[in-house]
Design a binder for this molecule. Structure first.
Ligand SMILES: Nc1ncnc2c1ncn2[C@@H]1O[C@H](COP(=O)(O)OP(=O)(O)O)[C@@H](O)[C@H]1O
Ligand SMILES: [Mg+2]
Length: 167
């Protein structure tokens, strides 16, 4: 694991800091999600970035399952949004890959995502720009050989605290 601080990305104008992990296999992706679940004690808006097949849905599924979602976590590729209860909190998993314009999201009633206690996981968040709550954390997954590389960055005090506590 490496850590770094500093600027270089603009989301709400600043970045607190980021942490990186190699994820050699799917189990490593799931283990990172489980570690995040263990330190999560509040609502969270997490944007999931990365190319198709990078593991955004794998990560979201492992996180929701670790938070006690008993039902199978489906990819919201076609439904755009799936909702769950995760440890007594409303949880939302969105995949906006098929959205061409953020205006298409109006009918989804995304106001509920702004609830501070909610867990909001968004794949392809750039396609919903302006229609989504701001990210506390952004996870970037990239291909690295046969595995993946993860970069997790915080953009709010809530996100920064979680990132610092992540084992
Ligand atoms: N760290 C990893 N190394 C190698 N393969 C992984 C890793 N994490 C997940 N995978 C695999 O990559 C694929 C990711 O698919 P998915 O989670 O649907 O990607 P996305 O939602 O980013 O399009 C799955 O087949 C999963 O088994
Ligand atoms: Mg996906």
């Amino acid at each position: 694991m490496t850590e770094r601080t500093g600027s270089g990305h603009a989301n709400a104008g600043h970045i607190e800091y980021g942490r990186e992990w190699p994820l050699p296999d799917e189990a490593a992706t799931e283990a990172l999600a489980v570690r995040l679940a263990h330190v999560l004690d509040d609502g969270l808006v997490l944007y999931l970035h990365g190319p198709l097949g990078a593991g955004k849905t794998s990560f979201a599924r492992a996180l929701l399952t670790a938070l006690g979602v008993g039902e199978r976590v489906k990819s919201p590729t076609y439904s755009l949004v799936e909702s769950y209860m995760a440890r007594d909190r409303p949880a939302w998993h969105l995949d906006l890959y098929r959205i061409a314009d953020p205006g298409e999201l109006e009918w989804l009633g995304l106001d509920a995502l702004a609830e501070p206690a909610a867990l909001v996981l968004v794949e392809w968040p750039e396609r919903g720009a302006g229609a989504l709550p701001a990210a506390d954390l952004e996870l970037r997954l990239d291909y690295a050989g046969l595995g993946r590389q993860a970069l997790l960055r915080a953009f709010t005090a809530r996100g920064e605290r979680l990132l610092a506590r992540l084992p």
